[in-house]
Write a protein that binds this ligand. Structure first.
Ligand SMILES: *[C@@H]1O[C@H](CO)[C@@H](O)[C@H](O)[C@H]1NC(C)=O
Ligand SMILES: *[C@@H]1O[C@H](CO)[C@@H](O)[C@H](O)[C@H]1NC(C)=O
Ligand SMILES: *[C@@H]1O[C@H](CO)[C@@H](O)[C@H](O)[C@H]1NC(C)=O
Ligand SMILES: *[C@@H]1O[C@H](CO)[C@@H](O)[C@H](O)[C@H]1NC(C)=O
Ligand SMILES: *[C@@H]1O[C@H](CO)[C@@H](O)[C@H](O)[C@H]1NC(C)=O
Ligand SMILES: *[C@@H]1O[C@H](CO)[C@@H](O)[C@H](O)[C@H]1NC(C)=O
Ligand SMILES: *[C@@H]1O[C@H](CO)[C@@H](O)[C@H](O)[C@H]1NC(C)=O
Length: 592
């Protein structure tokens, strides 16, 4: 008798699991040579943008940690193995799962907040693109893989694990996923060691995810909404619960502090500069997810308190105000009632002014500059991964363009974004397609311990000569400010990959599908037509050749002294007769 309810529950669970978007047809990244094949005119969805969308999501499957088959559609990366299953054991928690953050094996929560926010934002607005490309099941799988881990990393209101792994042994390891050094330490923030930024950034990610799963309309343009099959009220409610709990903790725990101040052992990885922007965007995303005027009021108060207005900063995991401007405008457009109820004279016109002043400063070259080849470059921010800031700016422009105050501005933002995306996809001085596995001109040596296949940390570049696995869909750091790109696996500045670098690419590809764009730029490039620059890179990973170490300088000095001694010796030998005469008092004619 007791079995019957259990059986019914099991059947219901199976029905639910089946209902969760199942991939159909299944997607496997095609060979890079497919990147040269022009699509039939008017093909819809465009096969090349569909592949780009598929690959940039596939990258997140390749970065998985934990039990790989645990997701809705299992493991689709044949060369990956289960790993780091004991994560969290030091705290009697299960912190397995999630993703390796970049080319090494740490799991980092603060930048993951930005990554999930970006992925969810794309889901919210370009749903028809994911649907048309049959990628919604993979989008769902990717979002859930990230959110499910963040929920495990948030076991109670104030406790949020901000990093797993990252001690000296981990950082000294280069090799595959089967020998990752253990034990791996978990680092939490909590009421006594606050991480206002990490709490708030994670809350923002949860809130936007909740909105994407809620099935609510997000009205920035006629075609802007999440994929209908993503809708799941249960999951949306779960995400919202974590968002509200984290936000409340961030708002009320005093003193407020950055997580890198509170847990200094890990600040080397992703040191945070503040929390005002994180609080603003968390409250705003919660307002969007709940229609609550009080969250909106909080967001507006933080925006004023932390003087975000007029900030001219790059958009990345540590700098959220550019996204806040655009999200304020979206909220004013999609939910005008919220601000009105909060009694604030901040309507779409006001947020258009704020956002357009920001975007115009990029377009007009007053924020960052364009390299000779045309890449938006922020001195400082772009030096150690140049593509990421440019791609982030392009994403904001595409997203905001339909809301702009004039047709001219809409056109200017679309055009600037297109130029950056074209640069990324091959219209650059190297003719490089900066997405691994997308085209024969793509880089082949991403700095990724998972994909490299080597275990010799002293020869990452060429042991082995050929990267073992193709890390499809990964965007590397990118070229240096002279537009030159060296495909060196040990040059992490140019070739390392990361969750946050990739996080806007699915949005860009899904947008192009919605837009009905023609083939991406790379289709026009002949196979292997890229340039290999002469000389050597000169960056934080591979210091310039002239910048010799003290030991090398000493070596050079000794070499010079020896050479001088040899030359003088040889001259003396050659002129030995003269020298003998001189020593014996003989004066050469003409000398005094
Ligand atoms: C909705 O999400 C919940 C929570 O993850 C899950 O258990 C359920 O199977 C999902 N339902 C559908 C219809 O996908
Ligand atoms: C996964 O295991 C297989 C079999 O041992 C191995 O060949 C492969 O390199 C491993 N993958 C990684 C990423 O280390
Ligand atoms: C709170 O976090 C700090 C910093 O990570 C940690 O050292 C401490 O053990 C944590 N406290 C508790 C009670 O878990
Ligand atoms: C969405 O925006 C369009 C104009 O872009 C408007 O006609 C429509 O009423 C809006 N829908 C909702 C649900 O707000
Ligand atoms: C918020 O408002 C929108 C439209 O005004 C509605 O579609 C949506 O369901 C609301 N969300 C909540 C959580 O009430
Ligand atoms: C809209 O915002 C602008 C700029 O902040 C302001 O001048 C105007 O009064 C606002 N209008 C309303 C109806 O609130
Ligand atoms: C696609 O984007 C361009 C601007 O880049 C715009 O002019 C055009 O109207 C868009 N087309 C569709 C179908 O959205």
């Amino acid at each position: 008798m007791l079995l019957l309810p259990a059986l019914i529950a099991a059947l219901l669970a199976a029905a639910h699991a089946a209902a969760q978007a199942a991939p159909s047809p299944t997607y496997t990244p095609p060979d890079a040579s497919q990147g040269t094949v022009a699509s039939p005119a008017g093909a819809s969805p465009n096969p090349q943008w569909s592949n780009l969308l598929g690959n940039t999501l596939w990258f997140y499957d390749a970065q998985r940690s934990g039990r790989l088959g645990a997701g809705a559609y299992g493991n689709r990366v044949g060369w990956r193995n289960d790993s780091a299953l004991q994560d969290g054991a030091d705290w009697n928690l299960d912190l397995s799962g999630g993703w390796y953050d970049a080319g090494d094996y740490i799991k980092a929560t603060f930048p993951l907040g930005y990554t999930m926010f970006s992925l969810a934002w794309g889901a919210l607005s370009y749903g028809p693109g994911y649907d048309a490309a049959h990628q919604t099941a993979y989008l769902d799988g990717t979002l859930r893989w990230g959110y499910d881990w963040l929920m495990r990393a948030h076991p109670s209101d104030d406790v949020l694990f901000v990093q797993v792994g990252g001690n000296d042994a981990d950082l000294a390891y280069w090799g595959g996923d089967q020998n990752i050094p253990t034990p791996r330490q978990g680092f939490p923030v909590n009421a006594s060691h606050p991480g206002t930024d990490a709490w708030a950034s994670t809350a923002a990610a949860f809130a936007l995810g909740s909105l994407a799963y809620s099935g609510a309309q997000w009205n920035t343009s006629a075609s802007a909404h999440a994929p209908a099959s993503l809708t799941n009220g249960t999951y949306a409610a779960l995400l919202l619960q974590h968002a509200e709990s984290l936000y409340k903790t961030a708002k009320s725990t005093t003193p407020q502090a950055t997580y890198s101040q509170s847990v200094p052992q890990i600040k080397a990885a992703y040191s945070s500069s503040g929390f005002g922007d994180d609080l603003t965007i968390a409250a705003l995303a919660l307002a969007a997810a709940t229609n609550s005027s009080s969250y909106y009021q909080d967001a507006y108060n933080y925006y004023q308190q932390y003087a975000l207005s007029g900030k001219r900063l790059v958009w990345n995991w540590d700098s959220r105000s550019p996204a806040a401007f655009v999200l304020f405008a979206e909220v004013a457009n999609a939910r005008p009632g919220i601000a009105q109820a909060a009694g604030l004279a901040t309507n779409l016109t006001g947020w258009q002014q704020e956002t357009e002043a920001y975007l115009d400063s990029i377009v007009n070259g007053k924020q960052g500059y364009l390299t000779k080849g045309g890449l938006l470059f922020y001195p400082g921010d772009s030096d150690e991964a140049s593509l990421n800031p440019a791609v982030a700016a392009a994403t904001l422009m595409l997203r905001y363009a339909p809301l702009a105050s004039s047709g001219d501005k809409t056109a200017a933002y679309n055009s600037f974004a297109k130029d950056q995306i074209d640069y990324l996809l091959g219209n650059n001085p190297m003719s490089r397609v900066y997405i691994v596995g997308q085209h024969p001109n793509s880089p082949q040596n991403p700095h990724s311990a998972l994909a490299a296949g080597g275990s010799n940390i002293n020869n990452i570049r060429s042991d082995p000569e050929t990267e073992a696995y193709v890390l499809y869909g990964a965007m590397p750091g990118g070229p240096l400010k002279n537009d030159k790109f060296w495909d060196y696996r040990d040059d992490w500045v140019q070739t390392e990959i990361a969750l946050d670098y990739n996080s806007n690419l699915p949005s860009i590809a899904a947008y192009q599908i919605v837009n009905g764009s023609a083939d991406p730029f790379y289709v026009s490039l002949a196979a292997n037509s890229y340039t290999t620059p002469g000389g050597q890179p000169c960056d934080a990973a591979l210091p310039c050749r002239s910048g010799l170490s003290a030991g090398a300088k000493a070596g050079v000095a000794i070499g010079v002294i020896l050479a001088v001694i040899l030359i003088v010796g040889a001259l003396l030998f050659w002129q030995r007769d003269r020298v003998r005469r001189w020593r014996s008092g003989y004066r050469f004619p003409g000398t005094k």
